[in-house]
Design a protein around this ligand. Sequence first.
Ligand SMILES: Cc1cc2nc3c(=O)[nH]c(=O)nc-3n(C[C@H](O)[C@H](O)[C@H](O)COP(=O)(O)OP(=O)(O)OC[C@H]3O[C@@H](n4cnc5c(N)ncnc54)[C@H](O)[C@@H]3O)c2cc1C
Length: 358
Amino acid sequence: MAWSKITNISVSFLKFALKYHFPIKKIVRNTLFKQFCGGETYWECGSTMDKLYEKGIFSIPDYSVEGKEDEASFEQTTKELVKGIELAAGLPMVSFSVFKMTGIARFALLEKIQRGEYLSSVETKEFERVKGRITRLCYEAQSHNVRLMVDAEETWIQTVVDEIIIDFMKRFNDKAPILFLTIQLYRKDGFERLKQMYADACSEGHFIGFKLVRGAYMEKEREHAKALNYPSPINDTKEQTDALYNEAVSFCLNEDIATCVATHNQLSIERAVREMDPKDQQISGFAQLYGMGDFLSYNLAHAGYKVSKYLPYGPLREVMPYLFRRAEENKSITGETTRELLFIEKELERRKAALNSK
Ligand SMILES: Cc1cc2nc3c(=O)[nH]c(=O)nc-3n(C[C@H](O)[C@H](O)[C@H](O)COP(=O)(O)OP(=O)(O)OC[C@H]3O[C@@H](n4cnc5c(N)ncnc54)[C@H](O)[C@@H]3O)c2cc1C
């Protein structure tokens, strides 16, 4: 993945092969899947979760089936999530459960609601079913005392996702932060939205929890804004995103908000570590994606911080969109893989030198 051209060719080949049902399972299983996923089922993630926990790292099993648009799939995903929450209740190594709204609701329906368009009676019923699914998840999470994160997605559905989840927070976060919203700080309005949500939660008298990320859909967001001729909601530079991210982390830690600092950015992590006092550590922690930033996760755990790995799982064919995103993210010369490879090479050299000097 450190070689951008090879990654591009491989990903294009895999997409083509997938479309025409070529037998590529074995290739994917031994490459991308092995690197970034815990298994095809929750149970298959068990040995990875154990291995991580031995080193003090918690897991966030993430049923990463994406791109489904039918009711049967949404029901199937909800069942899988409910099962995951029940299992998490008995597993000390699991720190959170997580779901994506588009895993249980049709993207176009959310888009339509966000645009403020009239819903037909069929769509109104469909939306009621979505809320029913969220109720089931929240109820399970609250009754098993398992914290539940909601991932953030594209801006043109995110407003409605946030509104729905905040409604549920009013009911389910009354005694503790069970539901966590994700805030993307690559958004120009990311920090302002966070502060507003926190202020509203304080005045409504319920808890709020945040997972803070930079954001994964930058190119898509910019293209969408350009195509529909509205100003891009994404910061113009990486530096602006970094500054907003760090500010948001400081704000949450200062205000004692339950926070998951979800990043592979070493500088942001070092800053958060300096600002996190023992009181914060009881409610807040760090998270990285499985297969990325291991040097950060292991060192954080070793230093006594609460750190988790997002551990994606699901049928191989259905987690492919997630795997393609990871390949994209890791391919550039400044990407995670290259950075991590350099660290591994440096460490191997150090050990070799140490052995030779004995
Ligand atoms: C545990 C975990 C959970 C996550 N959950 C979500 C989620 O729910 N939703 C989601 O969208 N993402 C999620 N992500 C992905 C995340 O948003 C980032 O894409 C990814 O972590 C890379 O950012 P970074 O902070 O780790 O590192 P960095 O490498 O420091 O930052 C890269 C990020 O900076 C931003 N950026 C890069 N270039 C520019 C530029 N020119 N202008 C403005 N901004 C720029 C982009 O967001 C890019 O992804 C998650 C990540 C983790 C670790």
